[in-house]
Design a protein around this ligand. Sequence first.
Ligand code: SF4
Ligand code: SF4
Length: 299
Amino acid sequence: MTGNVFNIQRFSIHDGPGIRTTVFMKGCPLRCSWCSNPESQRFEPQLIVRDVKCVRCGACAAVCPEGAITLDGEQGRRIDWERCTQCLQCVPACIYESLGVIGRLMTVEEVLDEVVRDRVFYKNSGGGMTVSGGEAMSQYEFVTELLGRARALGLHTALDTTGFAPLERYEALLPVLDLLMMDVKTLDPALHREFTGVDNERILANAAALAPRVRTWFRIPLIAGFNDSAREIRELAALASRLGVDKVSLLPYHEGGRSKAGQIGGTYRMDGASAPDDEHTQRLIEIIAQAGVAASIGH
Ligand code: SF4
Ligand code: SF4
């Protein structure tokens, strides 16, 4: 069995307790406007360009069957993303590594080989392995096998998810899952649909069904003027309290996705967005604490 993995990040301290290795699975059914990893969204391997490495030799343009690559005197190598079919033939033609592929098919064994290298750090820090995405549950058979094998090796296991997958996929994971980290972006259904492309009804139903059965953290990407009102956070904290959620993490918005969107021919849709200031964020932390739920910023 293979899974499409777009990154394996070692020594992660923001994706669960302790020092962890985070396995990022490629492909996601949501299209969050603020996505910091837009290269994770497509399910298939895809082209990524690194302009800074391009020496304008033209080797890529020579092999592109679609004529999608041109060399412009002033702007250098340009990709017409409308014409690009993601055939990836240009990648090996570039010996300067200005062109790359996002997404690699890996077996469970190959992933675990990388994960177990840092076992000693997990043990000393209370860490382990986190599977994230994209939406990891879109490849749930692979993820179920991966988490089960990791658990059998004695590793702490965590899943970072949008919460949008069918409930039975999460339920199948419960015997091998130590921590469920679920994004709860906003309780407002219309806003959720507008900024992610999907309803939040299933996500909230999954949270209600799962939180009482496995240690759960809510993660809230915090964007000024979108979901950072005291009222919204108070309602989210009350929900977390009712469900016995262990912690609510506020993840202040950052522009990490902007440059990556440009590298894959995507469009960044959050112009003008910002994180709330520190004082307001601290106030939101206090609101969560008042509901009797642990709260943190950034992890
Ligand atoms: S082959 Fe690589 S270095 Fe040459 S023009 Fe294409 S992207 Fe640039
Ligand atoms: S991936 Fe796109 S740009 Fe590269 S060779 Fe194929 S069609 Fe051309």
